[in-house]
Ligand binder design. Structure first.
Ligand code: ZN
Ligand code: ZN
Length: 261
């Protein structure tokens, strides 16, 4: 089996993505509600027992809310950089501490049969993106960042698959009912990627051998899938498959998206 991935939930409410190959299955973030954990995993043909480790991008609720419920079902290592894990232990209430596995920024580490490399992003708490590789294929994972740092743009250039945040549409934000300080934060350098910023990143990232781009973390209030997709499509070669992850339900596996689009 080649490397493949699937979003379980992707919005400001709950984020979680599964990445797997034939030997190893990783969960990236676990922002799911307790009631959604098993049904959402079952929706993509998995159960908690299939997961070998959880990677954590950062400690915002929409990414870690369900972690303690998941770990009760399946006690696996929780992996991230020391800074993210420190924040997790300081801010998060575990019933029982899991095994933490420290990853170093820009250093590849094997987790089961996959290699994981974290990259620092720009958010208002410590946040990392990842490159995950297996069987000669590479997937990039970038979410919750005010901009894509230059070193990521360079390193992420040759990927087979990319999951990238396309959070908001700047024009729609102009009509947003959100408080002004929230809008300022979300549009700022430690906030979230707009459709346009995502598109500009795709101009340099998604061009080489990339076969599939999945847009994630779309705001339910300040974005629409059609806007995010058309902004990204304009920046990608026609042969690159493109999809947006559904907000509060599992999406399709990457291999299905590639075949079906
Ligand atoms: Zn988030
Ligand atoms: Zn966040």
């Amino acid at each position: 089996m080649r490397l493949k991935f699937c979003s379980l939930s992707s919005c400001s409410y709950a984020n979680s993505v599964v990445v797997r190959d034939e030997n190893t299955c990783l969960l990236i973030d676990c922002g799911l509600r307790k009631r959604d954990l098993k049904p959402f995993l079952a929706g993509v043909g998995l159960s908690p027992g299939d997961i070998d480790a959880v990677l954590v991008t950062h400690c915002h609720t929409d990414h870690v809310y369900g972690l303690r419920f998941f770990l009760k079902e399946r006690n696996v290592p929780v992996c991230s950089t020391a800074a993210v894990l420190k924040e997790l232990t300081g801010s998060y209430c575990f019933d029982e501490y899991p095994a933490f596995e420290v990853l170093d920024e820009r250093v590849k580490k094997n987790i089961g049969g996959m290699a994981v490399t974290p990259f620092r992003l720009s958010h208002d708490v410590e946040t990392v993106g990842f490159i995950i590789s297996s069987n000669g294929e590479r997937m990039g994972f970038i979410t919750d960042t005010g901009f894509v740092p230059e070193n990521c743009l360079r390193t992420f250039r040759f990927l087979d698959y990319l999951y990238i945040e396309s959070n908001h549409d700047v024009e729609m934000y102009g009509r947003s009912a959100k408080p002004r300080h929230v809008i300022r934060r979300n549009l700022g350098p430690a906030g979230h990627l707009s459709n346009d910023q995502c598109g500009r990143a795709l101009r340099s990232i998604g061009q080489g051998n990339c076969r599939l781009v999945v847009l994630g973390h779309l705001s339910e209030d300040d974005n629409e899938p059609a806007r995010a997709l058309s902004s990204a499509r304009r920046r990608l070669k026609p042969e690159v498959a493109l999809a947006s992850a559904p907000s509060r339900e599992p999406g399709l596996w990457s291999d299905v998206l590639i075949k079906g689009l």
